[in-house]
Design a protein around this ligand. Sequence first.
Ligand code: MIC
Ligand code: SF4
Length: 755
Amino acid sequence: MVFDLDLIKKTYAGMPAKVEAAKKALGRPLTLAEKILYAHLWDGVSPRDFQRGKDYVDFAPDRVAMQDATAQMALLQFDTTGRKKVAVPSTVHCDHLIVAKNEGKSDLSKAVSDNEEVYNFLSSISNKYGIGFWKPGAGIIHQVVLENYAFPGGMMIGTDSHTVNAGGLGMIAIGVGGADACDVMAGLSWELLMPKLIGVKLTGKLNGWTSPKDVILKVAGILTVKGGTNAIVEYFGEGATSMSCTGKGTICNMGAEIGATTSTFGYDESMRRYLEATGRKEVADAADQIKEYLTGDPEVYANPEKYFDKVIEINLSELEPHLNGPFTPDLATPISKMKEVAAQNGWPTKVEVGLIGSCTNSSYEDISRAVSLAKQVAEKGLKTKAEFTITPGSELVRYTIERDGFLDTFSKIGARVFANACGPCIGMWDRMGAEKQERNTIVHSFNRNFAKRADGNPNTLAFVASPELVTALAIAGDLTFNPITDTLINEKGEAVKLDPPAGNELPAAGFAVEDAGYQAPAEDGSKVTVDVKSDSKRLQLLYPFAAWEGTDLKSLKLLIKAKGKCTTDHISMAGPWLKFRGHLDNISNNMLIGAVNFFNEKTDLVKNQLTGEYGPVPATQRAYKAAGISSIVVGDENYGEGSSREHAAMEPRHLGVRVVLVKSFARIHETNLKKQGMLALTFANKEDYAKIQEDDNIDIIGLTNFTPGKPLEIVLNHADGSQDTIVANHSYNEQQIEWFKAGGALNVIRKQAGI
Ligand code: MIC
Ligand code: SF4
């Protein structure tokens, strides 16, 4: 079944003229990213040479995708806009709330009963507003989107940072907070800071043990977790076209880990093959007709330095398999160096568990290559040393790999197959013994490896690798095993080598599935009722946040000065907290509990300036709120890195934090703060971070003349009576200043709708 073919055809029909107009306006050839962006300018915005990294531009995305953990907040917000139906095709995917414990079937039925209230809410609100609903067990949002909705040259937004995965099928797909999704579903334009352009030229060809994952692990090592901020990464070259479409998806997926706005690849034969295999020949045929518009211009790829802000070249023929980690996805180590690096750092080298799958790496190709290694266990008389688990990305893939005997082969090495869901990747892993908090090492094919992310244990060191390498390391049980050079001792005492992985890009017998798990919305949803119980612990209707009081903000208490890495996992933890994603007050009890307090190096222990006592962050903030006192959070570099979860912005807003002042922000989080009516500020002089003291009362001056590009003044009133005045920059444009003044973007929409 092809979803929304009319939409795709319409986009393609308009694309050539729009791209030509942009070329004319800019007077030069265009990159693919530019073609897609300019073809999606909001009606009435005329193409001009927007300044990259400076100009905000209004766009018209073709579609919206939401996963269950973020959809709740997105749809609770949408529900307050007074609209009858979503303005663009949208979908909801139930994937984040399923705990991986034993195996897929029983884990899934437990999740269905544990989350009944939330699933019913999502299913009925989707039905009401014309949103396609993918039931629990159908698969992970990004895999399902790639299989069904992504199309070359399209533009979409999704309430999950890994929405970028769809770049593997030549889209511009961008992760956003729920409030952004709400705007687009309500028929409004969507604004984005015109991204910078990073070109990655891939030469040579992948071979042996190297896989697409290693390309992005290498890129992450080069660019680091913030190197892609406000940039689109465009891959091209012979190495790009020789790679599978799903492999391209993997590379784009993990672009989120370098902070990139998104990543993309030009339309090619691999995409055609994938579209055909997933039942979308019509889409491929339509794309073929305008194919020169679905890739960068030849002049651009011939002289990339002229057109991209930065160019990186990687020779795939020489690329080595990598292992990135622990605790950050950009700490890249080629497998040949792991012995040395692990010894230097004292990392435990025994691999306890190998986990494959997730939205990053669960294609048919990934699994077939991993299974080629699992087969060798019996053939070579080996025994798998570590535990091994698989989380398929979708029912389509799961059903097909079962039919093709792969799951059977995996079960022979003792593997457990979890439900088609996020599972361990998002901390929904009921790992036996994790509560003992022992120091241990795991390897996985996911994308993120922040502290506590997979099993909640801060002492688990997680390393990210390709599914093939994860399988080999699980067989060896050793982090330093280099399958290219090293041997394993089999049960007969012989030294054996693993053959390099081999697999199929697509299933020879085609994909198959019995029930993909899709539920279409009602034609007319106006009669559908959506029920939220007032005493529910999981769901809570939203109330509008208060508008700005019209004055400078005075005497804000410092709630916490966060030290070092402060990702959205530190601000609003996932795992067990996911169950409160639809209940703002309840989830606020996790606010910043993972952030390290600069003054005592502890997590979740801050000074209450009213009592002088130390206590948990949420309780301290609730005490300020009860006393009618506002507060400020101070942070370090790349604050809010990681997820799109707007809870990380809504919780502080709900509890009365007014300002977040940091050295630098991650893109999605900064926008989320603005959308919720918070002040997101950066130190004009990063050294001023040192001036913030534990007992500070802080004034924000200049708000009555809050203007784009004009810095604000911050007065630090220290406990000893002394003062420091520092300067804070901001990136608010006119529209965003309106959001601040109204108390949040949603209040602006409501006002426009007369609510
Ligand atoms: C993640 O990978 O961290 C998540 C869970 O998918 C998040 C979304 C969320 O927090 O719900 C993301 O990446 O945006
Ligand atoms: Fe789910 Fe993990 Fe993918 Fe996020 S990164 S969507 S948690 S599988």
